[in-house]
Ligand binder design. Structure first.
Ligand code: F6P
Length: 328
């Protein structure tokens, strides 16, 4: 750990997110700036296990800042969950003279990183890259802003057809365990109701709210449902349940799915990714390890990886109130 770091590896893991390429670019170029060799690892932890590495220089990452996905590809490696898999990964790092790792991903990625530190004390720093925004210690994760804009654009289009046909639409958005995408896109797209996993409002409350909408003269409605919503029904069952209670409603269900993870990153995500990529390399060169770099109140910050994954971001009650008031 006291020898100077001469080589840093970077990987992307878990669900991809727009802006991951911008983060890779920043890591590679920060390494070039500080005269450290940079190695790209393909397919996340699986590439680490297989030694699927490529040296990257500043020109390798030209023109990727605007591209969605990840040039390093991503994977959810079952083998890395085994001791044997992690042993192979460590062996490849040592054999290639790699002194530190930058992990770009979400909670699963950071959980793997913590295990790696525990077993090998290998220096590593995380960068939050997930559209879900469900990581503690950063105001935004890379990809979240772009995903929100994608969702709002899609719901705006659904709104056009919903209002032409006087229909009620249930729109399912991503967020396995977190309602940030649903809540913020719901406010941004003017949804009548927003269902999120953090707050189970119950079916009766939904029926009551839809009744009120009808009484107020609304002829079409959008209900945004987070995929992880805990109301006890998936979005199609929810649609069926409401059809039973409102036989006169013309109901449709739309699942936005993986298109939410694609597309060119927003300017916000590009800047965020660039800042965090540079910060991650600087942290490693300063001998910092076991942390995630994030942005707090528009300043680069660090938080322990264990905190980043365990302390869930709370839903802001002010946003819930805004959603309630503006959907009247
Ligand atoms: O990237 C996070 C996420 O988008 C979750 O919201 C979603 O549940 C999950 O990924 C689905 O990912 P996949 O289909 O790749 O397993």
């Amino acid at each position: 750990m006291n020898e100077p770091i001469k080589k840093i590896a970077v990987l992307t893991s878990g669900g991809d997110a727009p802006g991951m390429n911008a983060a890779i670019r920043a890591v590679v170029r920060a390494c070039t700036y500080y005269r450290v060799e940079c190695v790209g690892v393909y397919r996340g932890y699986q590439g680490l296990i297989e030694g699927d590495f490529e040296t990257l220089n500043a020109r390798h990452v030209s023109n990727i800042i605007s591209k969605g996905g990840t040039i390093l590809k991503s994977a959810r490696s079952a083998e890395f969950r085994t001791e044997e898999g992690r042993f192979k990964a460590h062996k490849h790092l040592i054999e290639n003279g790699i002194g530190a790792l930058v992990l770009i991903g979400g909670d699963g990625t950071f959980t793997g990183g913590l295990k790696f530190i525990e077993e090998f004390n290998f220096p590593l720093v995380g960068i939050p890259g997930t559209i879900d925004n469900d990581i503690y210690g950063t105001d935004n994760t890379i990809g979240y802003d772009t995903a929100l804009n994608t969702v709002v654009e899609a719901i705006d289009k659904i709104r056009d057809t919903a209002s032409s046909h006087n229909r009620l639409f249930f729109v399912e958005v991503m967020g396995r365990d977190a309602g940030f995408i649903a809540l913020n896109s719901g406010i941004g797209a003017g949804a009548e109701e927003i269902l999120i996993p953090e707050k189970n409002l119950g079916l009766d409350r939904l029926v009551e709210s839809l009744n009120k909408s009808k009484e107020k003269g609304k002829t079409s409605s959008i209900v945004v449902v987070s995929e992880g919503d805990k109301i006890g029904k998936n979005v199609f069952e929810l649609g069926d349940y409401i059809t039973e209670h409102f036989p006169n409603y013309d109901i449709r269900v739309s699942v936005l799915g993986h298109m939410q993870r694609g597309g060119s990153p927003s300017c916000y995500d590009r800047v965020l990714a660039s800042r965090l990529g540079v910060a991650a390399v600087e942290a490693l060169l300063d001998r910092t390890t076991g942390v995630m770099v994030g942005i707090t109140n528009n300043k680069v910050s660090t938080v322990g990886l264990n905190k980043a994954i365990k302390m869930n971001n709370d839903i802001d009650p002010e946003l819930l109130k805004v959603a309630e008031i503006t959907s009247i």
